[in-house]
Every structure is written in C-alpha cells, then in structure tokens.
Design a protein around this ligand. Structure first.
Ligand code: SF4
Length: 204
C-alpha cells in the first residue's frame, strides 16, 4: 500500500469503498435533510432498483419536460447506459419526503420553491457524503430541475454544478423499487392531498 503524508493542519478522511454506511452518519444526514424537508433516509442494496424500458415511454409520451431539460431524456443516459451505471454501485440511499402542493402540475413559484428546496437538499447530502470519503456519491433527483423558471436546454446549463438527472430519467421504476424494498406508496387522488417524493443517492 502506498502511504502519502498528510499536510499538517488540514483534516483529511480516507476515501471509502465497500464499507457500508453507519447508523450515526445516516442520522447526521437525516438531520441535515430535515432542514430541506426530507423526512427519512434508508440505505439499501442497488440490486433492489428496478430498471424498466417502459419508464422511458412515460417520459417520451405524456411529460412536458421531455426534450426541454438537461435533467430529463433525451439529454440523460438511455436505459442501457443507466443499467450499466447502476451496475457500478452496490449501495444507495433512498430519500423520502412528503409534500403538499396543489400546484404540483404547474410551473408556479410555490411549486418551484418546494422543488428547489428538495433538489438543493439532495445535492447538499451528496456533497456531505463526498466529504466523508464516499467519492462515488451521485444523486438522482426527484421531479424535474426547477432551478431556473425555464431550462436553458439545449443551450448551456446555468447551474452545471447542481445539474443532476432525475430518478425517472434513469428508467427507474420507483414503485417497483419500493415494492422490492418491502414498502409502497399511495396515489394522491386529489391534488390537495399530500404525496411522497423520492430521490436516490448512489453511494458506493
Ligand atoms: S439549472 Fe437551469 S439550465 Fe440547468 S438543468 Fe436546471 S433548469 Fe436547466
């Protein structure tokens, strides 16, 4: 093993791989996530993630974000590439939040405020994990990017450091994955009802 000298006065942490995640760190992440509206964080095996070709149909047909955002198809990896990328990970974190926003289908300030809060929270946790030594940490975020009122796509992204693909853009069957994890989610039949949102941080 090659040993490098650390520079005096600077705190460093080892890069981590195949170490799992401690309960203590998960709790610290949750405390931070709470500030952004996240209610729960669960570590889980990546092999539980269900990737399905039909998910891309839902993006391609019936979603107004298709072809209009850097974080959605076709700007994001296709299904085969997404499968290959997920195959390079073994552990991930499921992020769960609850939202009540009757405007969820509109591009209103309220809807975007909620979404930006959650989006920034996810990126912030990913950054924290990197600083803890999880150098592969990468977020798949819920919903679509709302950092700008209108996405600059296909021109250059205005906030590339915070640009991440959405969980659905990776052809992830979120409901199938939840069922694989022994839980489920309900359909909010009335737009005033509360609903769950989900994100994933691929860890190691
Ligand atoms: S930050 Fe703005 S330009 Fe970049 S992906 Fe998000 S909405 Fe589009």
């Amino acid at each position: 093993m090659i040993a490098f000298k650390s520079i005096e006065g600077f705190e460093t942490v080892p890069f981590r791989n195949n170490e799992g995640i401690s309960h203590e760190l998960t709790q610290r992440l949750l405390e931070r996530g709470n500030e952004y509206g996240l209610g729960a964080i669960f570590p889980f095996c990546v092999e539980k993630i269900v990737v399905a070709d039909w998910v891309s149909l839902k993006c391609r047909y019936g979603c107004s974000k298709y072809g209009t955002s850097w974080c959605c198809p076709p700007a994001t990896p296709d299904t085969d590439k997404a499968r290959a990328i997920l195959g390079e990970y073994s552990l991930a974190l499921l992020l769960v939040g609850v939202q009540r926003c009757a405007d969820f289908h509109l591009n209103t300030a309220k809807k975007r405020t909620n979404q930006v809060r959650y989006w920034k929270g996810t990126i912030s946790l990913e950054r924290q994990l990197f600083l803890e030594g999880y150098y592969k940490a990468f977020s798949l975020v819920s919903g679509s990017c709302a950092l700008c009122k209108e996405c600059a796509y296909p021109k250059a992204c205005r906030f590339p450091m915070e640009k991440r693909p959405t969980i659905e853009s990776f052809s992830i069957d979120v409901i199938g994955t939840l069922q694989n994890l022994g839980t489920t989610s309900k359909v909010a039949k009335d737009r005033r009802n509360a609903f769950n949102y989900y994100g994933v941080i691929l860890l190691e």
